[in-house]
Write a new protein. Sequence first.
Length: 277
Amino acid sequence: MYPSTPRSLGWRTDLIFARFDGEVSPRSDHLVIRTPHNPGFWWGNFLLFDHAPRAGEAARWLGRFEAEIAATQAESRHVTFGVDSDAAFDLPADFAAAGLSQFASTVLTMRRAQLRAPRRALGGAFRIGALRLPEQAAAAVEMQVVADAGQTQSEAAYRLFRERQMRRYEAMARAGMGDWFAVFSGDAMVADCGLFRAPGESLGRFQHVVTHPLWRRRGLCSALIHAVCLHGFETMGLETLVIVADPDDVAIGLYESLGFQRGASTWHLEKAALRSA
């Protein structure tokens, strides 16, 4: 039986959220992760395997996804697999032929002694603070939809996904597991992110760091993450902070400039094809 605690720190901290209001069910060589209240969330409804895909396994993996997730949630029209592996691998031909694509994410970590001040100080016209949820959730969703324009989902589907996510984060904040933070210019929200922990653990995970397109390249994201890191260490009593990013994204350099260090990758397989509901 695959243990319920993954080897990868990236996957381990991903499960903080699924364990809060979803389902994590162990099987012989994989975990079934479901988020029934947000079935369109690709990486809240997936199978996490304990080994890299092998040639000839595509039909079994797809069959397990259909049985465990798609057949029980009509809105889960994607196909997503995580791989809890320490090493890179090539996607077998039968997986590629089934329409699955592969990508990696980089897991970065920070301890208190690593934290460095941003290169640019936050100007006096800006302030950083935790959101008042649910009152400010709608403004956060609007900013996130604009910041993430170009998603593979329609704008309406993506907005619904973000609304459901913010309701999750509101519930987690009420449970004392963290907060959602933003940079404000006057009353306008111009960047945001979350930081949450599992109950009783000293490990924290960042969530969805974005800046409004009209406010980028002003050092706002660096200032926000630095402030939230301080909050995590000094107010939440966390020992290690985790952030996961696209290895080809320029944000990696920003995180490293603040003291985050790269670790192992997490591996993902996905297919966005629709099923009939």
